[in-house]
Design a binder for this molecule. Structure first.
Ligand SMILES: *Cc1c(COP(=O)(O)O)cnc(C)c1O
Length: 456
């Protein structure tokens, strides 16, 4: 039944999701619990409560409730920039001359420029509700820090951001957006924390890493009464909040009777992908439908495709709980020439378990091919994509080209997580031919695997 399908599908207010969907409820093999780094016993709610807000601890540990109500205050905030559009990429299809139908869910329509605001507002809301003074966090390229500072300023919470030093210096614009929203931004590693001083003593002149910034943010949260730490990806609670992306997508597709053949998303820590796929994965887990689900990661930071599934530290300073995940080792830092984001060493425990159980695929792509796809997309779809998002574009185009060969009219849905206006230094490298496709050797990776914590 061909209906008149709009170019961009939005939802009516009455169609908007009122609860987040928790895919763990439908997983037979639950994601492995976080472990205390010293005792190797599962983290208790009380232990987690020293670092995270109480309600978020409950969400983190809840493997059973399929739906968790979205508080009205958060739904009101979502009204500022949601629903996000599900767009039919007609111009891209035309350019590729493919019979495939390509849709993308665009999360870049807010000042943070990405999907991260979906979880930032939730985490800030629960902190506020608990009567806290503020939150601490780390940020790499700055999208998460920006999202969190927006959420905190809306709710009147203090926001302390440790920003990876190389980004702090190379991305002054993002830093200034955060300060516009009232956040206090410190380059990491810094002399303001014990772990920062230790890392600087061991590696003078280091330009920092996400893992190191996490250690500093956690130390400050634990050491200051009225503060908690918040994290923009990886954790179960973040995937839960990001399920809004997938639920809106599913409602929009169902409304017009469209059934995707494959769903593609970029994977850094796994939050946008986990959110986008969650209701589809739920159907797959319950045996109600089947979809190809594809995670795309950089060949220079290939956690799924070349990592090991093991307990590892979430941070370089080894202060955070251990998570069982596909990991490259907590000491892993992508080569300096890596420009496309998605640089975290590990992967969401939920997605790791689903991948281990064969419910999804993963591919890695070299960065010059990612930027080629980014440019191609920008020229025909009118949106300048974030380098991270462009990983998904790359594989969506590759799959559409396969359809061209076979003549199959497959329906492809991918997550366009954000815009790339603050990533022009990376685009510049690409345009100037200064981008290489360095891929870590097996020996390099082995050296990091050898340092994984021994957990039995
Ligand atoms: C942070 C970010 C990502 C990667 O994070 P995930 O947790 O893997 O989703 C992807 N795209 C954009 C635009 C981002 O800001």
């Amino acid at each position: 039944m061909a209906k008149n399908i709009p170019y961009k599908i939005y939802l009516e207010e009455s169609e908007m999701p009122t609860a987040w969907y928790n895919v763990r409820a439908d997983m037979k093999n639950k994601p492995a619990p976080l472990l205390n780094p010293s005792t190797h016993q599962p983290m208790t709610a009380q232990e987690l409560g020293a670092v995270f807000c109480d309600e978020l601890v409950q969400q983190e540990l809840d493997n059973d409730s399929p739906f968790i109500q979205i508080p009205q205050e958060i739904r009101d905030f979502y009204k500022m920039y949601r629903p996000s559009p599900l767009v039919r990429a007609y111009c891209l299809e035309e350019k590729l001359q493919t019979p495939a139908k390509i849709y993308y869910k665009f999360e870049g329509n807010n000042t943070s420029g990405s999907h991260k605001l979906n979880s930032a507002i939730a985490q800030a809301y629960y902190a506020k509700k608990q009567g806290l003074k503020g939150v601490t966090t780390e940020t790499g390229a700055g999208q998460w820090g920006t999202a969190l500072s927006m959420a905190c300023s809306y709710l009147g919470l203090d926001c302390k951001v440790f920003m990876v030093k190389v980004s702090y210096e190379q991305k002054p614009f993002r830093r200034e957006v955060m300060r516009t929203y009232g956040a206090q931004v410190t380059p990491s590693p810094s002399m303001t924390t014990e772990v920062g001083r230790k890392i600087l003593a061991e590696h003078p002149g280091t330009t920092g890493s996400l893992g190191c910034a996490i250690s500093e943010a956690v130390e400050v949260a634990v050491g200051h009464p009225g503060y908690r730490y918040v994290l923009g990806s990886v954790l179960n609670q973040v995937l839960l909040h990001q399920s809004i992306i997938g639920m809106e997508t599913k409602i929009a597709l169902d409304k017009y009777g469209i059934k995707p053949d494959m769903i593609i998303g970029c994977a850094g820590g796994g939050s946008n992908l986990g959110g986008l796929i969650s209701p589809f994965m739920g159907e797959k887990l319950r045996g109600e439908a089947d979809y190809r689900i594809i995670a795309v990661e950089p060949a220079s930071c290939p956690s799924f495709t070349r990592g090991v599934y093991a307990y590892d530290f979430c941070d370089t300073g080894m202060v955070c709980p251990l998570a069982k995940m596909y990991t490259l080792g907590s000491g892993f830092i992508p080569a300096p020439n890596h420009a496309g984001g998605l640089r975290y060493h590990g992967m969401s425990p939920v997605l790791s378990q689903l991948y281990a159980d064969g419910f999804m695929e993963a591919v890695s792509v070299p960065q010059t091919r990612v930027f080629e796809a980014a440019e191609q997309f920008a020229r025909v779809e009118g949106i300048l994509p974030a380098p991270e998002s462009s990983h998904a574009i790359r594989v969506a185009i590759d799959e559409a080209m396969k359809c061209k060969e076979t003549g199959e009219e497959k329906t492809i849905v991918f997550g366009l997580t954000g815009t790339g206006y603050f990533d022009m230094v990376a685009y510049e490298k690409f345009h100037d031919g200064k981008m290489d496709d360095y891929v870590p050797s097996d020996e390099e990776l082995q050296a990091y695997f050898a340092k994984l914590p021994k957990v039995d």
